[in-house]
Ligand binder design. Sequence first.
Ligand SMILES: [Zn+2]
Length: 256
Amino acid sequence: MTNVFSILDILNGSGIVEDLIMSKVFTGSMPVIPPESIIREYGSEFINGMASGQKIKWKDTTYLGVHILEEAEPTGFQRLITEDIMGELDKVPEKIRKYIQSIVLSPFNNEYDSYFCKRRGREGPSFASADFINGQITIYALPIDRSVLKSALSEHLTLSHEAGHIIDFQIQPIELGFFAYSPRWSKAICEDNKVMRTRQDLTTYLVSPNAEEMKSLREDFADSVMFFSDDGCYKEFLRENYPNRYKILEELIGNP
Ligand SMILES: [Zn+2]
């Protein structure tokens, strides 16, 4: 698995992504921001986690059909920048990416952190969350080096995991609720449990340590989408060890 990511990291570090952006920046006179970016003032009507009545000037960049929102006048609380998200979006297959409407690089932390800590049974602030109705992913402000945050985004396939939460809600008619709670998903989990695992340590009922820890079917679904989104080892891992989940995702999302 490490091989896949080190290759992706090297590709992203090669400057190809940055070069593309720079070529757009420097056409004609020198604009401060790429042409597809606009500065807009948004409040809680568009941005999760903002207090009502509060307004912030955002740099709104549309990339691959996704709005990436970064503070136009950075306060420094959020260490990640728009370009970091662009690099990650490049890796998310179009069939999964199309469910993401916007990604907010929030200058705040998650106001529900204490609830999630209790649920996870361990300390620590959250990194990202998904608004499954509006297709908005929020990346929270953490006082950690940008390079570390970038690695975390990349290694945990954070955007694909959060997109999984959005797909879970949007893939079937709203009145049916989350797909993760459907009899079909439960049945797939049961069937997958009878499958011989390629690795001895994969004895858990749910698909990932994260889902087990949260005891959550929705985390199970989101992590399955995360594995499915990868074009390397993770996808193969899901197909071999959790073939019934894989088959459903292939049908619902299509092979990316
Ligand atoms: Zn999750």
